[in-house]
Write a protein that binds this ligand. Structure first.
Ligand code: THU
Length: 139
């Protein structure tokens, strides 16, 4: 797979998740920014759901790849997740809106950041968003 060679230490499951994110990226609808993103999320039961960014001529209606993947999973009945992989052009971290949305369900999931430039960064969602908004904390 181009871009993520030399990752001998990664498990087959992680590589599979990254591959699904890369495949989803190919479906991105990004005519305005030209920036294509793919995401794949691994539910606790082992199922994978993928998504791409979907832009709109009314720019603010654009939805990120991470949320497309997550919402597909949620609408299939999933609620708990082990990991998410994101595949972009160059190394990038998910936007704050996506971090908050992911944290709603599994604030400690693993996050794999992969790009066409190669290499994969493995992080935990809690490191990217240590203090997600929780309604209970604000009542
Ligand atoms: N985008 C994502 O899909 N995920 C992110 O976490 C950040 C940004 C998309 C939205 C838009 O289509 C393009 O990347 C440029 O912002």
């Amino acid at each position: 797979m181009r871009g993520i060679d030399g990752l001998g230490s990664m498990s087959q499951n992680s590589l599979q998740l990254i591959k699904r994110a890369q495949q989803a990226r190919a479906k991105a609808y990004a005519p305005y920014s030209g920036y294509k993103v793919g995401a794949a999320i691994l539910a606790e039961d082992g199922k994978i759901y993928s998504g791409c960014n979907v832009e709109n001529s009314s720019y603010g209606l654009t939805i990120c790849a991470e949320r497309v993947a997550l919402f597909k999973a949620i609408s299939a009945g999933q609620r708990r997740f082990k990991a998410v992989a994101i595949f972009t052009d160059g190394p990038a971290t998910p936007c704050g809106a996506c971090l908050q949305t992911l944290a709603e369900f599994s604030p400690r999931m693993e996050v794999y950041l992969a790009s066409r430039e190669g290499g994969v960064k493995r992080l935990n969602l809690r490191d990217l968003l240590p203090q997600p908004f929780k309604i209970e904390d604000n009542q």
